[in-house]
Each structure stands twice: as C-alpha cells, then as structure tokens.
Design a protein around this ligand. Structure first.
Ligand code: 13P
Length: 283
C-alpha cells in the first residue's frame, strides 16, 4: 500500500537525524496502549513509530490490529508509522505489508550471515514494491522479546555490517551493540564506535534495540553518534501494569473499568512522552 501523506521509514529516520533527534518506536499491546502512545506523540509534537510484536499481531489478527491502529492514527497530528517488530516469519511480514504496515523488521539474526542477507533482501524487495520499508538485524541482542530469547549476546562487527547493508539495501539497520531486551541487571557496555562508524560511512539509519533502562546520557551519546530509531517495549508493559495495579490497590472496592483503564492509559502516555523527550539531546 503506497502512502502519499506520511514519510516512509527511511525518510522519517533520516529527517529525524538531520534534526538531531531519534524517533521512538514504542511497542503497543492493545487499544489503550496504542491510544496512549499516539496521545504522547501529539502532546510532544514529535513523530513516533507504533511498533507491534508478532505476539500482538497474533493476539488480534493482522486485519483487526491494523484497523484498530489506523482508527487511532486518524487523531494523530504528527506522522505516526506502523512497524512490525522482530518478525522471524517471512510470510507474516508479507501479510503485514499487504495489510498496510508502513514497515517491517525481518529478524533473521539467528541465521548465518549469508542466509540472513538473502531472506532480508527478499523481504526488502517485496516490501519496496508495495511502498513499505524494512529493518534488518545483525548479531544477537541478549534478553527476551516475547518469543525471541537469547542468553548470550553476539556483537555485530563493522565489516559484516557493511556486507549486510550492501547486500540487503535495508531502510533501517539494527546492529547488536551491547543493548539487551528487558530490564538491565548490570551496567551495559555499548559499542558507540560502531554506531558512529556506520553512520559516518553509510546512509542507512541505525536502530537501537533494548531502550528500556538506558540512561539519558547513553541515549544522547547514541543519537549524537547517529542512531535515529530507538525501540522501547518493556517500559510500556511496566507502565501499563503498574498503572492498573496502583489504581486497583487504592480503589479495591470500586468496580469502574473506565477509571481503571484510564490509569493504565495515563501511565503509558507519561512513559512514552518521557522517552520521546529524552530522544532529543540538547545541542
Ligand atoms: P526493551 O523491551 O528493552 O525496551 O526493548 C525493546 C526492543 O528492542 C523491541 O525490539
């Protein structure tokens, strides 16, 4: 599906980089969290990516989820793009492209380099013909992101990254740089140099996974180095559940789902807005 009003993934990320910020990609899990993320984008007047995991797609089904998100997007006053996160199933990635997602991440990072390149390039071709963008990943990002779990990280190297970018023509590239999915249990060591080197030598936008728990200084250093898309998922899940739990604990005898839902939505909106603002380092 071609869209003439919104920028594509690559254009949005390049524009963000030239303006000195990174676009937040926020994983939503339901109507309320999607509504909250779009409200945060409106409130801050900064474009965002609404990211859907494969789990969320399977929960609602491709068509129902797209219709729900698209309905909410009508209220957006800034560009809001829909992006499929960590998809290991090429057929599902194609279905999302066909349904209208603006971009998809095909995650073949567990495969050998050549196979990762081949399958990612295939999806890129499919998506490009339909006006959608593609994100690819190289290396192994530690932690758990729904169905994808890795105990050990494997950092991406510069030469292989260039080979991957040249061989796939991806619109956004996610190299494993030492971040992890989920909560950080100890200090993280980030490969800022790789982000800088890739941003200096290629035009492909660089993606940072595992945004939950990084400090403002780490985000700023990554963005100054050239990162232009930052993924945040766990923080929204915690905000949603903590919002519900906090309200429930204070109002145990009140049976009012609207107020309970409001608490979850407000909590997610705040967390998304905080991250959006953190993704613009001071000049
Ligand atoms: P976090 O869950 O650590 O925020 O990571 C999100 C992510 O990278 C999704 O792809």
């Amino acid at each position: 599906m071609m869209n003439n009003e919104r920028p594509g993934l690559k254009e949005l990320l390049r524009e963000a980089r030239s303006e000195g910020y990174a676009v937040g990609a926020f994983n939503i899990t339901c109507y309320l969290s999607c509504r909250a993320a779009i409200a945060a984008a409106n409130e801050t007047a900064v474009p965002i990516l609404i990211q859907t995991s494969v789990g969320t797609v399977k929960k609602f089904g491709v068509d129902e989820l797209f219709a729900m998100m698209d309905l909410l997007r009508r209220g957006a006053r800034v560009p809001v793009l829909f992006h499929l996160d960590h998809c290991t199933d090429p057929e599902l990635a194609k279905k999302c492209v066909d349904a209208g997602w603006d971009s998809v991440m095909i995650d073949m990072s567990a495969k050998p380099l050549e196979e990762n390149i081949r399958i990612t390039a295939e999806i890129k071709k499919y998506a490009k013909n339909r006006g959608a963008g593609v994100e690819g990943e190289l290396g192994i990002i530690k932690g758990v992101e729904e169905e994808i779990a890795a105990d050990e990280q494997q950092l991406a190297g510069y030469e292989d990254s260039i080979k991957f970018i040249d061989g796939t023509d991806v619109d956004a590239f996610a190299p494993a740089i030492g971040t992890a999915h989920g909560l950080y249990k100890k200090a993280v060591n980030l490969n800022y140099d790789l982000v800088k080197r890739l941003s200096g030598s290629t035009a492909v936008p660089i993606v940072v996974h595992g945004g939950t728990g990084l400090t403002a200084e780490q985000f700023h250093a990554l963005i100054r180095g050239g990162a232009s898309k930052i993924n945040v998922s766990t923080a929204l899940k915690y905000a949603y559940i903590d919002g519900l739990r906090g309200y429930w604990e204070d109002h145990r005898d009140e049976y009012n789902p609207i107020k309970l839902n409001d608490a979850a939505e407000t909590s997610v909106r705040k967390v998304v807005a905080e991250h959006i603002l953190r993704f613009k380092p001071p000049r």
